[in-house]
Design a binder for this molecule. Structure first.
Ligand code: ADP
Ligand code: MG
Length: 240
C-alpha cells in the first residue's frame, strides 16, 4: 500500500531523515518508536506530504505521490491523520468538524454527511455531543472525535502521531481502545506512540527510529524480547 524508497528530509542543514526504505502492506499495523527528535513525526508527515521530502520516492496505492504531477489532495483523502493535539476546529460543532471535509470536497451532501457523522458518534458513545464545541469536551473525547472525523472520509490508511501523548492518564485507555477496534476491523495503520503495551498487543511490526533512520524492525514478540541494536536496547531499558 505504501512504499518508501531512499527518503531524505532536511530542514536547512539539519538532516532529519537519512535514507528510509519501508514497505507497508494493506492491513498492517506498524508502530514507530524512537527517541524524541529522531524523525518519527517527520517520517509520518512525509507519508502524506505534509512535509515535502528533500529526495526519495513514496508511492501510495501504486501512485508516485512524490511526483510533481500527482494530485496530492486526492491521494490525501485516502490517508487519515490524527495528531497529538487533536486539531479540531474549536469554533465548529462536533458534527460540523466531522462533516466539513466530505461536504466541502463534494463527496457527500450535508444530509448524508450528517447521517454518517451521527453513526460515527454513536459508535463512540458521543452522539449527545453532536452540537457541542470542542472546548467543552475532555481530551479523550476530543481525540476520539478527531479519529472518527478521519474515518468519515473512508480512508485506506490511518496515520497517528502520538495520539495519546497530550491526554491525562485516565483518558489514554478510551483512545487506545478505539484504535484497537480499528485495527481489528482491518484498518491499515501507522502509529507513532510511546505506548509499548499497544505496540505489543496490536502491532504487526514495530520500527525503531534513531537519528533519521530505521535501525531495527521486527514483529513485536521478537522486537521486545530480542532487540539487537544497542541503541534500541538502551531505549527499551528506559521505557519498559
Ligand atoms: P520526533 O517526532 O521523533 O520527536 P521530529 O520529526 O518532530 O522528531 O523532529 C526531528 C528533527 O527535525 C528535530 O530536530 C526537529 O527540530 C526538526 N524539525 C521537525 N520539523 C521541523 C520544521 N518544520 N522545521 C525545522 N525543523 C524541524
Ligand atoms: Mg514527534
Amino acid at each position: 500500500m505504501i512504499s518508501v524508497h531512499n527518503l531524505h528530509k532536511s530542514f536547512g542543514d539539519n538532516k532529519v531523515l537519512r535514507g528510509i526504505d519501508e514497505q507497508i502492506a494493506q492491513g498492517e499495523k506498524v508502530v514507530v518508536i524512537g527517541p524524541s527528535g529522531s524523525g518519527k513525526s517527520t517520517f509520518l508527515r512525509c507519508l502524506n506530504l505534509l512535509e515535502e521530502p528533500t529526495s526519495g520516492e513514496i508511492t501510495f496505492e501504486g501512485v508516485n505521490i512524490t511526483d510533481k504531477k500527482c494530485d496530492i489532495n486526492k491521494m490525501r483523502q485516502k490517508m487519515g491523520m490524527v495528531f497529538q493535539h487533536f486539531n479540531l476546529f474549536p469554533h465548529l460543532t462536533v458534527l460540523r468538524n466531522i462533516t466539513l471535509a466530505p461536504v466541502q470536497l463534494g463527496l457527500q451532501s450535508q444530509k448524508e454527511a450528517d447521517k454518517n457523522a451521527m453513526k460515527l458518534l454513536e459508535r463512540i458513545g458521543l452522539s449527545d455531543k453532536a452540537e457541542a464545541y470542542p472546548p467543552q469536551l475532555s481530551g479523550g473525547q476530543k481525540q476520539r472525535i478527531a479519529i472518527v472525523r478521519s474515518l468519515a472520509m473512508n480512508p485506506d490508511v490511518m496515520l497517528f502521531d502520538e495520539p495519546t501523548s497530550a491526554l491525562d492518564p485516565e483518558m489514554v485507555g478510551e483512545v487506545l481502545e478505539l484504535m484497537k477496534e480499528l485495527a481489528l476491523e482491518g484498518m491499515t495503520m501507522v502509529v507513532v506512540t510511546h505506548e509499548m503495551g499497544f505496540a505489543r498487543e496490536v502491532a504487526t511490526r514495530v520500527l525503531f527510529m534513531d537519528e533519521g533512520q530505521i535501525v531495527e524492525q521486527a514483529p513485536p514478540q521478537e522486537f521486545f524480547s530480542n532487540p539487537k541494536n544497542p541503541r534500541l536496547r538502551d531505549f527499551l531499558s528506559k521505557v519498559l
